[in-house]
Write a protein that binds this ligand. Structure first.
Ligand code: ZN
Length: 237
């Protein structure tokens, strides 16, 4: 597989796979369980050659792309994942529900206490736009975003981790992507999230609750600056 740019044949195979996956992924997303997608569920709608194509992606390591993203591995049984609970943002006066999210119990409890403190200071709380993501869902996201990054695996990897390389799929270092009450998540313009009072509050206080910024500007991992992406390291007394 050419990691700089998929060959036309591979790009066509990817397109067919995304089409084949669309019905089941849409159903899981509607049902609020896409983040918990299993390998069996991901592979089920695919032909044997398509499954082999996915296997090739599962075998890819960031190191072989010249990136230094850490390989966490794929913990098999997700431990004590609990739903974050109903969440919504309000855009132009209209409330919009967020997709259901899941976090390990301890991370969820620390997040809630951190938000209680933020609300006491700023009168607002950040929502969890993305918490736990299974390795299978992580691979689906990688494939979904690949055509949007010129079919380049190397370039996509700067923005979406390969399965096994994401803190979202590694509960001992559980990642949380935040979005504010007004729906600002910095996805298109990281500076918008960086400029929020909520972000400055996190910089000052998150460590107290066991959270740390994973990808600061100019990080050594070759990962883009992600001011919304924090991970839970466990609380220090
Ligand atoms: Zn993230």
């Amino acid at each position: 597989m050419d990691v700089g740019r998929l060959s036309p044949d591979d790009a066509a195979a990817l397109h067919a796979i995304l089409q084949a996956l669309e019905p089941s992924l849409t159903a899981k997303q509607r049902g609020g369980t896409a983040a918990l997608l299993t390998w069996e569920e991901l592979y089920e709608p695919l032909s044997p050659p398509q499954r082999a194509f996915l296997d090739a992606f599962r075998a890819l390591k960031a190191a072989s792309l010249g990136a230094t993203a850490h390989f966490f591995g794929e913990p098999s049984a997700p431990p004590d994942l609990v739903p974050v609970g109903p969440q919504e943002i309000v855009k132009e006066g209209v409330a919009k529900p967020l997709d259901p999210q899941y976090l390990p119990r301890e991370a969820l409890s620390a997040y809630q206490r951190m938000m209680d403190a933020m609300e006491a200071d700023l009168g607002t709380r950040l929502r969890v736009e993305s918490g736990y993501r299974s390795p299978a869902y992580q691979l689906y996201l990688f494939l979904f975003y690949l055509p949007k990054h010129g079919d380049s695996i190397t370039e996509t990897n700067r923005f979406v981790a390969l399965p096994g390389h994401s803190e979202h799929g590694y509960p001992p270092r559980q990642a949380v992507d935040f979005i504010n009450e007004a729906g600002i998540n910095g996805e298109d313009h990281p500076e918008e999230f960086e400029a929020l009072p909520e972000y400055r509050w996190l910089e000052e206080h998150a460590a107290r609750f066991g959270f740390a910024l994973s990808y600061p500007r100019g990080n050594p991992h070759g990962t883009a600056f992600e001011p919304w992406h924090w991970h839970f390291e466990g609380e220090k007394e």
